[in-house]
Design a protein around this ligand. Sequence first.
Ligand SMILES: Nc1ncnc2c1ncn2[C@@H]1O[C@H](COP(=O)(O)OP(=O)(O)O)[C@@H](O)[C@H]1O
Ligand SMILES: [Mg+2]
Length: 240
Amino acid sequence: MTILQVQSLIAGYEPGLSIVRGASIHAAEAEIVVILGPNGAGKSSLIKAIAGLVPITGGQVLLDGRDITTVPAHLKIRQGLAFVPQTENIFPLMTVEENLRVSGGILPRAEVGPRIEEIYQTFPDLARQRALMAGSLSGGQRQMLAVARALIVRPRVLMLDEPSAGLSPKLVEQVFARLTEIRRSGLTIVLVEQNARAALAIGDRAYVLVEGHEAHEGPAATLWNDPVIAELYLGQRRAS
Ligand SMILES: Nc1ncnc2c1ncn2[C@@H]1O[C@H](COP(=O)(O)OP(=O)(O)O)[C@@H](O)[C@H]1O
Ligand SMILES: [Mg+2]
């Protein structure tokens, strides 16, 4: 069943200058959808627009069949659409637990504590580090915290902008392994990535975004094995 449907989306930062130019993507329940593409293709702008953070001038965003195109960002979160930006996705001068509490702010008060305990079960490292300043965590742990913060409110769809950026291959593997675990609970994941190899390894389906709209779409495995696409769009030659 389709949870997220984006139809012919047009969005940009300034009037008359569209960065997202007619992008159409969709994601089913418990699917991991990967969005690849060259630098400046508009990947970040696309998911920011879906999240309500870049003005939309055309097209539609449907969540579970409901039109949420013009819903403000903070209300999209309440409706089940969570977004983890590439940077500034945690409060470095707050503890891990304070970071989780802030995100839990839109839950009924009595639910916040128990929900944080559930999150600690999923992220045992964060439980151990709960009293530490978030800014003192390693890059991988920070990304885990950013993901955990987004999960607090039990979203239906989790969109992530380059969670592997700046991480060592080992940490990328750990963060992505955690994403596949989380997906088992039925969560839909939309993953924007530069790291095509790692993203396609966990993805079900992928899009290649070029100049603000999707140029290719297919099963993640097929895309990785298509040498033309790999050379043209994935920004790296395939090591065979
Ligand atoms: N905050 C912004 N204000 C104006 N233009 C922006 C902003 N962010 C990105 N852009 C422009 O949008 C285009 C696409 O950028 P972006 O969505 O970041 O691409 P990608 O994530 O695929 O690298 C680029 O030309 C970039 O300069
Ligand atoms: Mg980007």
